[in-house]
Each structure stands twice: as C-alpha cells, then as structure tokens.
Ligand binder design. Sequence first.
Ligand code: CA
Length: 227
Amino acid sequence: MARILVIEDEPEMQRGLRDNLEFEGFEVVVIGDGKKGLQMIIDKKFDLILLDVMLPGMSGFDICKKARGEGISTPIIMLTAKGEEVDKVLGLEFGADDYITKPFSLRELLARVKAVLRRSPHGAKISTGKVSLGLLEIDFDNYTATKKNKSVSMSSKEFDILRYLWQHQKDVISRDDLLTRVWGYDESISSRTVDNFIVKLRKQIETDPSKPKHILTIHSVGYKLIP
Ligand code: CA
C-alpha cells in the first residue's frame, strides 16, 4: 500500500485529504509544519508527498527545493494557489513532479495521485537499468544519477523524461510526445515546461550545455537523444 505524506496546515484541508485518501486505501500521515515535513521527506518513508505552498516554518517551494538538493526523488505534488508560477514549480527551480491548483476536486486530486504513483519506481515501469550519457551515470531503476562519482539531484520527472528519450534514442521526439508520454493526462502543462526540463537535463549531461551533443534540438519539431 502506498504511503502518502500530506504537508498542509489548514485543518479542513488536512481532514478532507486524510479522509479521502484513506478511503481510497492509502496510508496517510498529515503534518502542518514545514520544517518537520521536510525532515519526514528526507527520512524517505513515503511513496508520494502532497505539499502545500504557504506553511508555517518553511514554504512548500523551499521544502521541495531542499529535498531535491538532498537527492530525494520521492514524487511531490504541490498544492498551489491560483497565480503561483507553475512553470517554476515544475521546472528549473523547484523540481516538483506535478501541481494542483486550489480549490480542486477530490476526483482530480486522486487522478493525479494515482498517475504520479504509476510513474514512480513503485509502479510498473520498463526497466532501463544503468546507462552512461554524457557526463552522467544514470540508474533508471533506482532513480539515482552520479557525475564524476558524486550524486546528482534530479526529480523523478527528469528521470522519466530522460528514460523516454533513452528508450527512443536517435528518434526525433516531439514536445507533444513528451507531454503525452511523461505527463500523460494534463493539457495545462505547456511545451515551455518541457523545454525548461530539457535545459536542466542538459546542464547535467552536456560538457557545454550551450552546444549540446547528446540532447539535440530539432528545430520546430522537438528533441533527439544521441548516446
Ligand atoms: Ca497553507
């Protein structure tokens, strides 16, 4: 059974999330304090994190960034308010896997929780094993990567994108392909979000990210991975 950590400080939200997730058969732990929440993420006992943005102690954005900085790749879904910069949430700065804007329907939340869990290492995945790409040594099965023997912090979404490109290496992959295959269900994710992820991946992989040799841009079509 998947274990979900909910970091959220509003009592009504806490109750609603706990009741509904437990009803769906998940094991749920709820915490209202940001700093304590971060420590629980770092202790790695959860399969998925639902993370509010405005929290006492530490903001959800900082928690997400710090967790990724510690090399934690547990999937994180941010509970954002309208107007928060979603591209930043998912992209370069914070490394969340998905977001949902408050107020949301429980049906929508459950769909996203299940989709993210399906894509995580606990769900069914094609094994890709260990590969070497540019400067990175990547272990797709364990969601870990190293560069010059030092561990590199990457989100599970970054691994998923890289895995998809790796499995279709030398093919031209359109942004739409990546959106459909990696995000799956969410039409509100823009192709600019995909581009942001590619920029981030290049920084890890390429010797000179401004002249990529492994993840090439195919003008007006998409991307191609060259091992
Ligand atoms: Ca809050």
